[in-house]
Design a protein around this ligand. Structure first.
Ligand SMILES: Cc1cc2nc3c(=O)[nH]c(=O)nc-3n(C[C@H](O)[C@H](O)[C@H](O)COP(=O)(O)OP(=O)(O)OC[C@H]3O[C@@H](n4cnc5c(N)ncnc54)[C@H](O)[C@@H]3O)c2cc1C
Length: 462
């Protein structure tokens, strides 16, 4: 615990070290107190708004020397409490460390500072005639540094991989202030350890990411979308494989159980269920085409054939981008639920596809037996083995029990407690449900080697 006089000394020293970058007390707005999880808000007593890698380096060197904990903040859209300050932590915001630093169309790379919003990178790639395929609902607010730190997934992982697959080079600052500049632009580089992977997905616990080199892809020539209805889970799996055999890029395959559609339609007056009848399962599928194949006709023909087999029982095909956006409104309708429902358990679990159906049935059964007023819905990036579940009873004390029950099942079936949002603070105590003691011990060894004084995002992940 920092005493009042020690805190004042550090505030003074940091203001001298980083003029114009350091804010204290009421100069700090509430937005830096909590991430999107909205849990355990805590206003930092010092906020540093870094503008450059040198700012970050000077700050960490000082904090390391004085054993001061630092929490790194990007766009604060994280859902695991990782960027939420804890008592006595200095908040380091990267939001001013922003901008595209290089677009190299021959190498198909785009480089940017860590605080650049994801949507700005997507737009810059588009302006150059290419695509940066990482995409998620928080695109306008989340930063590329936060995406890299959490190894974000999102809507197109099936075709383009997670953030890890899109990062070629990185610049990061380690706990002692050392700047590790490794702005590689090549797909292949086998000269020793690939150090970028230490920082990707380590949720700010091993270093602060300050700049990245990212892969761009050619723009898709066509994009076709449909919302399909199914009676059986096994038909969904067959449909996925059949579409992957037919199209080289199935970019999205979003599964929604009927309980998800019901809640979304109920809570979003502007969203309509496009089907007259109700079905147990729905899939939003999106495929990209190139010059040679996969126009609208080909897509519709294949869907028709799938309906003839009886696997797809109903389908609506988008005739325009506006139609496709309406499908995505249903899938993104979760955002309204998240902001309307208090005391909710919000899962981003990973489950092998072969165990998914049984998993959902089992947890819904376990939870509804235990909690009388349970609200439950399931959806997710099914083809990536990633499901989201929202469950709530309206009672704060039930939330932790809901988490425990679901994570116990995850542990039994060999799943993961987090497939995309990260461990942060909220899933820390459940890490051992899906990682062995040897794995956790190696993680601790890495943490001690890179951050011996435990100043970077302490008590996240480990
Ligand atoms: C509506 C909505 C939809 C979402 N959809 C998805 C989705 O589909 N897939 C998905 O994976 N996530 C999703 N998320 C979660 C979130 O958007 C991602 O985790 C995102 O990558 C976080 O970026 P950020 O800049 O907001 O990071 P923050 O929330 O600020 O931070 C997240 C973590 O990264 C660390 N961090 C941030 N910046 C840096 C940096 N420069 N260097 C080191 N560490 C850093 C923080 O300390 C913290 O531990 C969603 C969130 C919302 C609100």
């Amino acid at each position: 615990m920092l005493s009042g006089s020690m805190l004042k000394n550090h505030q003074r020293a940091l203001k001298e070290l980083l003029p114009g970058r350091v804010f204290v007390g009421h100069e700090i707005s509430d937005k830096y107190s909590v991430d999107w999880s909205a849990e355990n808000a805590c206003r930092p007593s010092i906020l540093v708004r870094a503008k450059s890698v040198d700012d970050v380096s000077l700050l960490l060197e000082y904090c390391n020397a004085h054993r001061l904990a630092v929490v790194t903040q990007g766009g604060l859209t994280g859902l695991a409490g990782g960027a939420t300050p804890q008592a006595n932590e200095i908040a380091l915001s990267l939001e001013l460390c922003t901008g595209i630093t290089d677009v190299d169309v021959d190498s198909m790379t785009i480089s940017a500072f860590a605080g650049t919003p994801l949507a700005a990178i997507q737009q810059a790639a588009l302006d150059a005639g290419y695509c940066f395929p990482l995409d998620l609902g928080a695109r306008d607010s989340c930063t590329i540094g936060g995406n890299v730190a959490t190894n974000a997934g999102g809507n197109q992982v099936l075709s383009y991989g997670m953030t890890r697959a899109l990062v070629l080079g990185i610049e990061a600052v380690t706990a002692d202030g050392s700047i590790i500049r490794s702005m590689n632009k090549m797909l292949k580089n086998n000269a020793g350890y690939d150090l970028k992977h230490l920082f990707i997905g380590s949720e700010g616990t091993l270093g602060v990411v300050t700049e990245v080199v990212l892969r761009m892809y050619p723009l898709a020539v066509t994009k076709n979308s449909a919302l399909c209805a199914f009676d059986k889970f096994s038909d969904v799996v067959d449909f996925l494989h059949s579409m992957q055999r037919s199209f080289s890029r199935v970019t999205a395959f979003e599964l929604m159980w009927s309980n998800y559609i019901d809640i979304v339609v109920d809570r979003n007056p502007s969203i309509k269920d496009p089907f007259i009848k109700k079905y147990p399962l729905y899939v939003l599928i999106e495929v990209e085409g190139n010059k040679v194949s996969s126009g609208q006709q080909e897509f519709e023909q294949l869907l028709f054939e799938e309906m003839e087999t009886g696997k797809v029982v109903d389908a609506v095909v988008a005739q325009s981008k506006a139609d496709a956006d309406k499908f995505w409104d249903i899938r993104d309708g979760v955002i309204a639920i998240l902001s309307q429902v208090q005391y909710r358990a919000n899962f981003d679990v990973g489950v092998p596809v072969s165990k998914m159906e049984g998993f959902i049935e089992r947890v819904e059964c376990l939870l509804s037996k235990k909690f009388e007023n349970l609200m439950f819905c399931a959806f997710g990036h099914m083809a990536d083995g990633n499901l989201h579940i929202l469950a709530w009873t309206g009672v704060a004390a039930d939330v932790e029990n809901i988490y425990r029950i679901v994570y116990e099942v995850i542990g039994e079936i060999g799943g993961t407690v987090t497939a995309e949002h990260g461990v942060g603070v909220m899933k820390r105590k459940y890490l051992s449900y899906c990682r062995s003691s040897e794995e956790i011990s190696l993680m601790e060894t890495l943490k001690k080697a890179l951050d011996p004084n435990n100043i970077l995002n302490p008590e996240r992940i480990l």
